[in-house]
Write a protein that binds this ligand. Structure first.
Ligand code: CP
Length: 307
């Protein structure tokens, strides 16, 4: 595989391969010195045109644990501010000798555009509301780990909130569907995309009605920064109808798992502290982010077996 730009590009076999490889990376991360020479001599550059805490730091950690060199591109102190084009930026960094770009950009399709300007591998770390494939791989791995089984056939996954602006939702729907899960989206009509008739999902506007049949409750961040116009009447009303609070946690099955990709909006979609949720996987998602991204970088850049 040359690039990882979307879950559909990875395909069912690719998803299975990365999740399997992640198990080996997770084992490395339990060692007292969690570092292997697998990507010695390779260089990975982080190119984030949008803010990030988890994805950026976990990719950097992953690259370092595989002994790759890392380069960090900070838009705010780069020549982008002097008018340098995206193409010139990519070609300039390519000239320095890099093997992979990890790219986040607010515009849909930028990872595909960039791959025409460089021979390096491209990893999509989020393009607009389109794709965030490594988050979906993290989430699939985390659910399989929590359940202690690989087959997710028949699992009821409920994704709640701002589906319209969510690349995490789009990637997760594809990935969990590949693994056999049944997916229900819960959102106000204004926060659902227009063209979801062909998506492999059921849709509800009533969170309370689906809690009792949910195996995995996946809360999404309300992305107020992407909302050009008011798509919810008020944050208070949104929280009341779609926020996760103590009462809703109590209405879940005792075995139900709760997830959130972060960053959380406390007081909006999260009205309860994750530590007060019995089966919260939110911290495991962050921890597993490093192992999954190690697996992705290894899969893209290594021609050898992991030793
Ligand atoms: N989940 C996620 O993509 O988080 P960051 O924006 O912090 O990378």
């Amino acid at each position: 595989m040359k690039h990882l730009r979307s879950i559909s590009e990875l395909g069912t076999d690719g998803v299975a391969r990365i999740l399997k490889l992640t198990e080996s990376m997770a084992e490395i991360n339990t060692r007292s010195v969690p570092k292997v020479p697998a990507l010695r001599g390779k260089t990975v550059v982080s190119l984030f045109f949008e803010d990030s805490t988890r994805t950026r730091l976990s990719f950097e950690t992953a690259a370092k644990r595989l002994s790759a060199e890392t380069m960090n591109f900070s838009v705010s102190i780069s020549s982008v501010n002097k008018g340098e084009s995206l193409r010139d930026t990519i070609e300039t960094i390519t000239d320095m000798g890099v093997d992979a770009f990890v790219v986040r950009h607010k515009s849909v399709g930028v990872p595909w555009q960039i791959s025409q300007w460089t021979n390096a591998s491209i990893v999509n770390a989020g393009d607009g509301a389109h794709q965030h494939p490594t988050q979906a791989l993290v989430d699939c791995f985390t659910v399989r780990e929590a359940l202690g089984k690989q087959d997710l056939t028949g699992l009821n996954l409920t994704i709640v909130g701002d589906i319209k602006h969510s690349r995490v939702a789009r990637s997760n729907i594809q990935a969990f569907h590949m693994l056999g899960a049944h997916i229900t989206l819960v959102a106000p009509p204004t926060l659902l995309p227009l063209n979801i008739d062909h998506w492999p999902v059921k849709v509800s506007n009533d969170l309370d009605a689906v809690l009792g049949s949910t195996d995995v409750l996946y809360m999404l961040r309300l992305q107020s920064e992407r909302m050009a116009q008011g798509l919810v009447p008020s944050l208070r009303e949104y929280s009341t109808r779609y926020g996760l609070d103590e009462r809703r946690v109590a209405a879940l099955r005792s075995s139900a798992l709760v997830m959130h990709p972060g960053p959380m909006n406390r007081g909006v979609e999260m009205l309860i502290d994750p530590s007060d949720i019995p089966n919260s996987l939110i911290h495991r998602q962050v921890t597993n982010g490093v192992s999954v991204r190690m697996a992705v970088l290894f899969d893209l850049l290594s021609a050898e077996e992991l030793s």
